[in-house]
Ligand binder design. Structure first.
Ligand code: NOJ
Length: 750
């Protein structure tokens, strides 16, 4: 009852979704004392039981035997509140010590109300979008009794072949850090102790996104400096934001699987960052160390995982089976078990589970609450990226009387939700087709002829039919992309062209001579250069979730103005991968005047093309670089000023500039601040994003915008593997994307 009252009070405060959290009633010292008291009463088997996470199965009775004996600390994948309470009752009332279970689920971009996939949220460059999305997810998931989500996924990912790029925030360390921390805040609220707060679990620790060849579960080779400069910072930011738990990754980096990697789990996470929460393995990743050839059997796997610092094992049962023997043999110390159990109990206490383990069994009506749907729609609006808009094709004007809605994604309620939507309900999805019809009413005639029924469909008869129907329209809206199943875990691709006959569809539509507006809904950047050429306008919407339809309809008709920017580089062709903006300076950078394949003279001399870093068939530039995105209006950057051109390491640099809306529409620009450390003890990236801001301006309006950048944030892991700011010359750009802007300079002095 108490839970429901607080929950309703919280929900009443939505539209802006942050709730006044109740304060933690117990301070850390009291919790630590409780942990020690409880620990002193626990048998070894009960301690090991806390370290065991099982996946929900069968009837309550099937699981209750283990729970009664204290052999389960956490259950994942149980989302029925009645069953959650029944299981919790067994733990609280029938186990010897009454330790509550921690109920977990992958709630990645929404529980019921599905927000855009995290990659889409990242395109908004708006941490509030990420925080709101996570808060809505937490409110809805906690109503089912879930108090732990395996999110945010903050693996920096620079290879779109990797299907899991969809789940993260893209290629950039800083953007991922900001968005990831915002998600942690949204999931956990102001206090973990609140019944709508769910523990976050930044994952996958660490380096998983750098899988060789973009193939999931593959090995990574990330040397320590790159690990520290590129892959670790988002996790450090999440730890600083108070993330309660961390998950180890599946990959082995330079030969060490993360689940058995003492350096990352003990030295970095606990030692350097002071993390005191739970480290959980990924699904069976303890036992999988055997397949890696890193452990000979389940005994060695359990030993390596616990000794490296894993507190809880997800579903592979080696801890329960092997730890008693390992302790007897002295291969795992009792103190290691005690430490792991302390970490687990600490989070259970902080979540308030001992006092309030149950959930109200009436599913709350607020699932899919109007305020949740509105927030999801706004997120989808802000996530969409306008890649092309020739002759102001968009927004559609009142002169457009007939539109053809074409393509397999126009009315694909399941697929527009994207990956990881275990609990989302496709019947609640509003598709573009439905939203467009609602928006235009009888003012515009809508011809719907999908042509292809799903993204892999190769039905050329359908293509011809769609083209014939589309020829009757003033404008063609072609919704293409990827089905949800084509991205996400284990769903990697070696070919990033549009699947099925979608390219043929766009080509046939273009042949009609009517303007084609291509809207792509996908889980990754696709190599759509050809389709862009054939289209008058292109909107890219990483799978936009439940409210993707209304968001896109508003954008197409100008009720909303696009403001998203690419959170990841779009390659022209797969062979360019990895292609990302923050690459290190080459000794022979491309000049962009290189001679390409078709212009090479016969029997050209060996060095006649110039010896620079480029592909003869793809040049150097990607299709779209990081941070790119257009608006219906235009913006002018001017008058960039630095507070000083000589700064000390402890100073804060203030960068000011004028941003003016020079077009016809009110719009929001994501202004970006990049820095380059020109000369250092190691080669540094050509640019790194350091700040961004969304600035909304009316037509003709000009604002003076400022960024504050502490010089300490220019620190990096240098040649001596020390994190430091090195004195010297720096370049800085204030720009609409990672490739433009006027360079200005400053110096850092000792
Ligand atoms: C495996 C995935 O790698 C991880 O992200 C997920 O949280 C777990 N399975 C649990 O479902």
């Amino acid at each position: 009852m108490k839970t429901m009252k607080m929950l309703s009070a919280c929900l009443l405060l939505l539209p802006f979704i942050s709730c006044t959290q109740v304060q933690d009633t117990e301070n850390d010292a009291v919790i630590e004392q409780k942990i020690e008291t409880l620990l002193s009463r626990m048998t070894l088997e009960e301690k090991i039981g806390q370290m065991n996470q099982i996946s929900s199965y069968g009837n309550i009775e099937d699981m209750s035997g283990l729970i009664k004996k204290g052999e389960v600390g956490s259950i994942l994948n149980e989302v029925d509140p009645v069953r959650v309470n029944a299981l919790q009752r067994v733990a609280m009332e029938e186990s010897r010590l009454g330790i509550p279970l921690l109920m977990a689920r992958d709630v990645i971009h929404g529980f019921k109300t599905i927000f855009p996939i995290p990659l889409g949220q990242a395109a908004s460059f708006n941490p509030q979008v990420a925080e709101d999305g996570a808060r809505v997810a937490a409110v809805e998931a906690s109503a089912a009794g879930i108090r732990w989500t395996f999110a945010p996924m903050i693996d920096v990912a620079r290879d779109p072949r990797w299907g899991r790029m969809a789940e993260g925030c893209g290629e950039d360390t800083y953007l991922t850090s900001v968005m990831g921390a915002a998600m942690v805040k949204g999931f956990q609220g102001d206090s973990l102790n609140h019944p709508t707060s769910i523990a976050a679990c930044p994952k996958h620790f660490v380096g998983y996104g750098a899988a060789e060849g973009g193939r999931d579960y593959n090995s990574t080779f990330i040397p320590e400096r790159r690990l520290r400069n590129v892959y670790l910072p988002p996790f450090e930011a999440a730890a600083k934001a108070g993330a309660a738990t961390f998950m180890t990754s599946f990959n082995d980096n330079d030969g060490a699987p993360s689940t058995g990697n003492t350096f990352i789990l003990k030295d970095v996470l606990r030692g350097e960052w002071g993390f005191d929460g739970i480290v959980v393995s990924d699904w069976a990743s303890v036992a999988e160390m055997i397949a890696h050839g890193f452990a000979a059997d389940s005994k060695e796997a359990a030993m390596k995982a616990v000794n490296a610092g894993v507190d809880m094992e997800m579903v592979s049962y080696t801890f329960v089976k092997e730890l008693p023997g390992l302790i007897k043999e002295g291969k795992v110390k009792k103190s290691a078990i005690d430490d792991a159990v302390r970490n687990i109990l600490r989070i259970k206490f902080r979540l308030g589970l001992f006092d309030n383990p149950y959930v109200d069994e009436k599913w709350i009506e607020e699932l899919y609450a109007p305020s949740h749907l509105e927030a999801a729609k706004q997120a989808a609006v802000e996530s969409a990226i306008l890649l092309k808009n020739e002759k102001e094709t968009l927004p559609l004007q009142s002169s457009v009387k007939t539109v053809a809605v074409v393509g397999p994604m126009a009315n694909a309620p399941y697929d527009q939700l994207g990956t990881w939507i275990f609990d989302g309900d496709k019947t609640k999805t509003v598709t573009p087709l439905k939203a467009i019809k609602e928006l235009v009413g009888d003012k515009v005639q809508v011809i719907y002829e999908p042509g292809l029924t799903y993204s892999r469909d190769k039905n050329m008869v359908g293509v011809a039919k769609a083209a014939a129907a589309a020829a009757r329209a003033d404008v063609i809206l072609a919704f293409v992309g990827e089905e949800a199943i084509l991205s996400g875990e284990a769903h990697c691709l070696a070919d990033l062209n549009l699947q099925g006959a979608q390219s043929e569809l766009i080509a046939a539509l273009a042949k009609t001579g009517k303007p084609v507006v291509t809207v792509v809904m996908a889980g990754r950047p696709l190599t759509i250069g050809k389709e862009v050429e054939l289209s008058s306008a292109v909107l890219y919407s990483f799978h936009p979730g439940t409210m993707g339809g209304p968001a896109l309809a508003d954008l197409l008709w100008g009720k909303a103005v696009p403001s998203g920017k690419t959170p990841v580089t779009f390659p022209k062709m797969v062979g360019q991968i990895p292609v990302y903006y923050a690459h290190n300076s080459s000794g022979r950078p491309a000049t962009r005047n290189e001679v390409l394949l078709n212009d090479i003279p016969l029997e050209a001399g060996q060095t006649s093309l110039g010896c620079t870093s480029f592909y003869m068939d793809a040049g150097f530039d990607p299709l779209y670089s990081f941070g790119y995105g257009l608006s219906y209006t235009t913006f002018k950057y001017d008058n960039v000023k630095l507070s000083s051109a000589n700064l000390k390491k402890e100073d804060v640099l203030t960068v000011t500039f004028d941003l003016e809306n020079t077009g016809k529409y009110e719009g929001t620009e994501v202004a970006q601040l990049y820095v380059q450390d020109k000369f250092a003890s190691v080669t540094r990236p050509v640019r790194e994003l350091k700040r961004f801001a969304r600035v909304t301006l009316k037509p003709g309006e000009k604002k003076n915008v400022s960024f504050e950048l502490p010089i300490s944030e220019l620190a990096f892991w240098n040649i001596d593997m020390v994190k430091t700011v090195e004195a010297g010359d720096f370049a800085l750009w204030v720009a609409p994307d990672s490739q433009s802007g006027e360079e200005v300079f400053f110096k850092v002095v000792d």
